[in-house]
Design a protein around this ligand. Structure first.
Ligand SMILES: [Zn+2]
Length: 72
């Protein structure tokens, strides 16, 4: 679902914690490494909005640049 946001290359490291009344979601989002930080942050905000609406969750996105070494 995060892939529906333009600029998202891939996601990994998704964690969901269900607290009953709400969920907390965290994930890593890879964006093109040459993107200005402000654009990358806009993408992260959109990903958070999409997941928040889908899952009624509070979402935290960690940005990775695409050319970084992969990690989990
Ligand atoms: Zn990562």
């Amino acid at each position: 679902m995060a892939h529906t946001v333009p600029g998202v290359i891939s996601t990994h490291g998704i964690a969901v914690h269900d607290y009953g009344t709400h969920k907390m979601v965290s994930l890593h989002v890879e964006v093109e490494g040459s993107l200005p930080l402000t654009e990358a942050h806009d993408i992260a905000d959109k990903v958070e909005d999409v997941i928040n609406e889908d899952l009624y969750a509070v979402t935290t996105v960690h940005l990775d640049s695409y050319r970084d070494d992969p990690h989990s």
